[in-house]
Design a protein around this ligand. Sequence first.
Ligand code: ASP
Ligand code: MG
Length: 415
Amino acid sequence: MALIVQKFGGTSLGTVERIEGVADKIAGFRGDGHDVVVVVSAMSGETNRLMDLAAQVLPEGSTPRELDVLLSTGEQVTTALLSMALHKLGVNARSYTGSQVRILTDDVHTKARILHIDDVNICTDLKQGKVVVVAGFQGVDDQGNITTLGRGGSDTTAVALAAALNADECQIYTDVDGVYTTDPRVVDGARRLEKITFEEMLEMASMGSKVLQIRSVEFAGKYSVPLRVMSSFEDGPGTLITLEEDAAVEAPAIAGIAFNRDEAKLTVLGVPDIPGVAYRILGPIGEANIEVDVILQNIGEDAKTDFTFTVGRNDLSQSQRILERTITELGAQELRVDAKIAKVSVVGVGMRSHAGVASRMFRALADVGVNIQMISTSEIKISVIIEEKFLELAVRTLHSAFELDAEPDSQGAAD
Ligand code: ASP
Ligand code: MG
């Protein structure tokens, strides 16, 4: 017998039939003798619908407190419907809003952070054999105001509850059956991972494998909550996100290939090669809240150098406007921009113990004639910036170069 926190996303709760399907699943777990706390999202499309309504009334959108009151209703609906569906199956269930549990957050409306969870009500219910159904994505500040945790925040509610209750596992039920070695739409042979570490998941998620809210993964890593991503619609083990020590001992060098098309590159040519230039170029970009990703500065020649960096494609025009001012101030030669770039990364904690990952990556790309424009590395990731039109080719090439299509022995046995 275990204590499990299960989170169901909006697609899994999109219709009354689906809600009844979820209730069936939960009843099964209860029947096996597990204690179950369920966290729900709003029905699919509901949060967007509520945001649209708010935008119609107030296009400037400047009343975050009221927006939170509105948005939190979506999850309240599904807690009640799911509890009713459980009752229909003879399962005793109780619904809770965030403030009824008392999920205490700070007062930063629309992106609040959880500070404390009161587990008294939940523990009492569990002891009485009840299934507890909690509204995801919401909490309450110390003044009693309703808050929400940012889009996708139900994942974070689930992980935070699992941490507070010291649950054996936090299971995120969604419309995919796990985390893949790369996007299966790009590579046919992409494979579901049996296990991945929190760190790897963060690197994969921040680059487009958007299965979980990133904050929930950070939270799970911090509190060592075993997190499992699995399908609501098919049975299967899903992917376990876990600590490095718990992952396979013989971890392959690379867990997966992540990529991101939404980048753009800015190059300032002929900047004076003097102290403070990087700061003068990037300072105003940072002040505008634009996130800079890869940065490259060339070796100076004749007291001049070139400075290149990438930003999200959405931020390109604003960055360009800011840089045009900087260029005049610095007396730099010219600004060049390129929106047709993409980033491809190989990710894996195995890199720490396997030499030669970078050379294998660069060689594989060279063999298919893909030119690397920029490189950046971290302890568990190597990223390259390439021309966007080569993205699919690069991802497919790297996926086979690192033998990700093949089922590793240590994982195959468990399948
Ligand atoms: N309903 C919220 C959203 O759509 C929260 C969630 O689903 O996790 O972002
Ligand atoms: Mg989600």
